[in-house]
Ligand binder design. Structure first.
Ligand code: NAD
Length: 434
């Protein structure tokens, strides 16, 4: 089949590449000419395992092209995907400006029957608006069908997740359009759930908010564990052994970040509010996440009295390992808090340093490698659990840092690990080791 994908960010690019890999003819459209030029040359614009080789192969085999021109992809396509961003607006709602612009640009260039599929995360009711926005620009009589097909990939394993998705949600009133989308993805052999438009739209927000809620829940258990001397990792393990609960998303730490959980939790709270309902879980999930970000800075303040003029190393910048995405990365608020307390901050991230550079205060020093980042440090904060940090020889901290103290924001190490390395250790919801 022929598909066009509007927006070549994390979702659009991975969708486009995977569809091309499945044998479809795909045109990816983005308004950013620099991005398009890079991608057309086979250079991935995001860090995702397995994406680079697949991108080049699909381009070489002639099944994947990139353009800024809607008329080069949409009129010919059986299916047009919208995968542009829906960032948080100043009121915590989803900003639909990009979706509307994409829908109108699609309307500008189509004429025959067109199936428009929204992959972007959008509030219930938006797909009906998309249909109207496209129709407003298209010639009279154009047959437009909309399908809600929310995306569930995780950054860091986006390609794998697309090939091995748990489910494909297809929300459609137009049965033929829903069938077409199901057929497009059929080679993936993923379980499909067909729904109405609003349910599909809500499934996405409900899923993300539920996962965020699990993280905030275990973070509250960590707060309780800290106060009563329990170990939150053991609590999570014991809870997760119950199949009704499952061990996933029960890792205490500094809370969630990234471009989805924070904005989607807030947006669902606003969607409920506008529908006349107070969504207490949404509000609580968000509140706990905010408070969690500063937990270890507070522990450090308690430990040292003041952080003024201390040399502090931050290991990891991206919001999670496996990606260079810095959107809503907790590292940024930790750096801000440390600097407010007067600390000198050195950072090191094996992948995200380039994307992070424009976001860091000028006085932050970016080290080129782990060793350089630890040299002369008074205390180390492990923020993103990259393999390089999980596998590091902890005795490096004792040998290179001037004080051998580790604040582990992700509960990566065990008491035995740090005891044998002879370092002082503070983590989340577990007893400190001196
Ligand atoms: P992104 O910001 O990485 O990419 C969006 C792309 O759209 C950019 O390249 C931008 O240049 C392009 N764009 C914006 N307006 C355009 C227009 N009018 N015409 C053409 N191109 C345009 O976004 P993302 O992270 O891929 O997210 C896209 C959507 O998918 C969002 O709604 C998000 O909530 C949702 N989502 C994201 C993830 C994720 O892990 N990132 C997972 C599931 C769902």
């Amino acid at each position: 089949m022929k598909a066009a994908v509007v927006g070549t960010g994390y979702v659009g690019l991975v969708t486009g590449v995977v569809l091309a890999r499945l044998g479809h003819q795909v045109t990816c459209i983005d308004k950013d000419p620099e991005k398009v030029a890079k991608l057309a040359g086979g250079i991935p614009t995001i860090h995702e395992e397995g994406l680079g080789p697949m991108l080049s192969a699909c381009i070489d085999e002639g099944r994947l092209t990139f353009t800024t021109a809607y008329d080069e992809g949409c009129p010919q396509a059986d299916v047009v995907f919208i995968a542009v961003g829906t960032p948080e607006d100043s009121e915590g709602k989803a900003n639909l400006t990009f979706v509307r612009a994409a829908a109108e640009s699609i309307g500008d260039v189509i004429s025959g029957r067109t199936v428009v599929v929204t992959k972007s995360t959008v509030p219930p009711g938006t797909n009906r608006k998309v249909k109207q926005w496209v129709a407003d620009k298209a010639p009279a009589g154009t047959d437009i069908a909309v399908v809600s097909n929310p995306e569930f990939l995780r950054q860091g394993s986006a390609v794998y997740d697309t090939f091995h998705a748990d489910r494909l949600i297809i929300g459609a009133e137009d049965i033929r359009a829903g069938d077409l989308v199901e057929k497009l993805f059929a080679p993936l052999e993923v379980p499909v759930l067909r729904t109405d438009l609003e349910s599909a739209e809500l499934i996405k927000y409900a899923s993300n908010t539920f996962l965020a809620m699990k993280i905030s829940f275990i973070n509250e258990m960590a707060q309780i564990a800290d106060r009563i001397g329990a170990d939150v990792t053991k609590v999570a393990k014991g809870m997760g052994m119950d199949r009704r609960i499952s061990p996933d998303f029960l890792k205490a730490g500094i809370g969630y970040g990234g471009s989805c959980f924070p904005k989607d939790t807030k947006a669902l709270t606003r969607i409920a509010e506008e529908a006349g309902y107070e969504f207490t879980y949404g509000k609580a999930t968000d509140h706990v996440n905010d408070q969690q970000k500063n937990l270890l800075v507070e522990k450090a303040l308690f430990r040292f009295g003041s952080l003024k003029d201390m040399n502090i190393t931050l290991l990891g910048l991206s919001f999670k390992p496996g990606t260079d995405d810095m959107r809503e990365a907790p590292s940024l608020s930790i750096i801000e808090s440390l600097m407010e307390e007067g600390a000198n901050v050195t950072v090191y991230d094996p992948v995200a340093a380039e994307k992070a550079a424009p976001l860091l205060p000028e006085t932050v020093v970016t080290a080129n490698d782990l060793k350089e980042s630890l040299d002369g440090s008074d205390s180390v904060f492990l923020v993103t659990e990259w393999d390089e940090f999980k596998q590091m020889d902890l005795s490096m901290i004792a040998s290179l840092c001037s004080q051998n103290i580790l604040f582990d924001e992700r509960n990566v190490f065990t008491e035995e690990d740090v005891k044998s390395a002879g370092i002082e250790y503070h983590s989340v919801g577990r007893r400190s080791v001196y």
